[in-house]
Ligand binder design. Structure first.
Ligand code: GLU
Length: 484
């Protein structure tokens, strides 16, 4: 294979705020392509129509662009193997599913969701891992035809060998063996005619000529299913590489409850994309101490996929801060620095919208920093004294902060209106007036009870910054409650 044939992809599902874990996997693929003179492409995997949205898709594209991870083919720019959004490829998958059915490697399954739930419950009660029990595996062909003709809802499942194991080589894990016993008869085509992730993923990697699949370790257990699909279709699987997940310092899985995980949090706080990529890229290179400051080109040059650790990449925020500071001080010229600051302040309209909100509330321009500075600062200084002037007791304040912290996650689209609506609903649930619930939030967001309108401020700060400020505020107040 000549190097230029190497094709890799990032295949995000647009079901939530773009995660640093996606940037981490995308960076690996990007560097892999760059190092080898290959092609890096972006494919949107939105087969889960209930959770995927166009808004999240746009956010993923924006976030990866902000990271500097440009793709050569993708839903926004097209390319020779498009379309690059799975929901636009719906008709492409059916012939592949039919081929599997015709060769006897798949079967139609009419089990209702209720039956499947009962089956899983019984399996769980018997201490077994839930798995399809093969109820529809051997239906007579005439029965299948007549039930389909009668319009009975059904899915297509894949058959799985009953004995032996699936052996494969992974670029990170080495030789892997998974018994077929542990592999479920995966649904390939859903009742609504949409393929599942597994089916669409394999077909698209094949049609898009992907040579290397590098993704998170959570997909390692799915490889036997994918290998079977390739085999059933008479296709050669790509090379697999499963990267260890990023972890918190305590080795737990990186989650937004412990560390902010959305890319927008880091851009909002003024991390430089170069520094974030430098930080993530260090997991993929072998360097000596003192060589940490690396540009994308330098990362690609030193990129070494042969020596990845299975132990997990620790998301050490202090190291990121250190690298970011070094990038600001050592890598940017004065002009670049100033341009970056202005760019950053106007991002997401924080500055312009913040100024509009402030105009009617000041008598001198010099009041602006103290009134609206919280919209731009990375955090606000909070102590128990910040909350002391409130009418609510510390215990009540804590209840408000923790409830809002949890319940704001329910908001799908983060807008002034949806924030207001949810805060009104939360007030009702707490049996409190909205004007009792909002003062602690003012303090949590801005560090002061005199500030800009709350709902607008929260919308401008963005979900991830709001989440982090509520968490900090709750910690401060909890300490006060604890010591009372
Ligand atoms: N859509 C999957 C995800 O969001 C992609 C997994 C893969 O790369 O195969 O993680």
């Amino acid at each position: 294979m000549s190097n230029s044939d190497i094709r890799v992809r990032i295949a995000p599902s647009p079901t939530g705020e773009p995660h640093v874990g996606t940037a981490y996997i995308a960076l690996f693929n990007y560097l892999f392509a760059k190092k080898n003179g290959g092609t890096f492409i972006l494919r949107i995997e939105d087969t889960d129509q209930t959770r995927s949205t166009r808004e999240f898709e746009q956010k993923v594209l924006d976030a990866l662009k902000w990271c500097g991870l440009e793709w050569a083919e993708g839903p926004d720019i097209g390319g020779p193997y498009g379309p690059y959004r799975q929901s636009d490829r719906k008709d492409i998958y059916r012939p592949f599913v039919d081929k599997i059915l015709e060769a006897g490697h798949g079967f139609n399954c009419f089990c209702t969701p209720e039956r499947l739930e009962r089956m899983r419950e019984e399996q769980r009660a018997a201490g077994k891992a839930p798995k399809y029990d093969g109820h529809c595996l051997n239906l007579a062909a005439e029965e299948v035809t007549s039930r389909i003709a009668a319009g009975e809802p059904h899915v297509v499942r894949m058959k799985v060998p009953t004995e032996g194991s699936c052996k494969f080589h992974d670029g990170v894990y080495g030789d892997v063996e998974i018994p077929w016993e542990a592999v479920d008869m995966q649904v390939l085509l859903k009742a609504d005619g949409m393929p599942t992730y597994h089916m669409a993923n394999v077909v698209d990697d094949h049609l898009m000529k992907i040579t290397h699949v590098a993704r998170g370790e959570e997909w390692l257990a799915s490889v036997p299913k994918h290998i079977l699909i390739y085999r059933y279709l008479g296709l050669e699987p790509p090379v697999f590489m499963h990267l260890s997940l990023m972890r918190n310092a305590d080795k737990s899985k990186l989650s937004k409850r412990k560390n902010p995980t959305s890319i927008s949090y880091y851009s909002a706080l003024g991390y430089l994309p170069e520094a974030l990529m430098n930080f993530l890229g260090l997991f993929f290179v072998q360097i000596a101490e003192g060589e940490e400051l690396l540009s994308m080109d330098e990362l690609a040059e030193k990129f070494d996929p042969e020596n990845l650790s299975k132990a997990g990449a620790i998301f050490d925020i202090q190291k990121l801060d250190w690298l970011n500071g070094r990038w600001i001080r050592e890598k940017l010229s004065q002009e670049e620095f100033m341009a970056r600051v202005l760019n950053w302040a106007s991002e997401n309209e924080r500055l312009t919208e913040g100024l509009k909100l402030a105009q009617s509330r000041i008598s001198k321009l010099g009041e602006l920093p103290s009134l609206g500075g919280f919209l731009l600062s990375s955090d606000v200084a909070l102590s128990s004294a910040s909350f002391a002037g409130l009418k609510t007791s510390a215990a009540e304040t804590l209840e408000i902060l923790t409830t809002v912290q949890t319940d704001l996650e329910k908001i799908h689209e983060w807008t002034v209106a949806s924030i207001e609506e949810e805060l009104r609903a939360i007030s009702d649930r707490l049996g409190k007036k909205l004007r009792v619930v909002t003062p602690p939030l003012f303090v949590a967001m801005s560090g002061s009870s005199r500030s800009l309108p709350l709902f607008d401020s929260m919308a401008l700060l963005g979900r991830s910054v709001v989440r982090q400020r509520l968490k900090t505020a709750a910690t401060v107040v909890a300490a006060a409650v604890g010591s009372a």
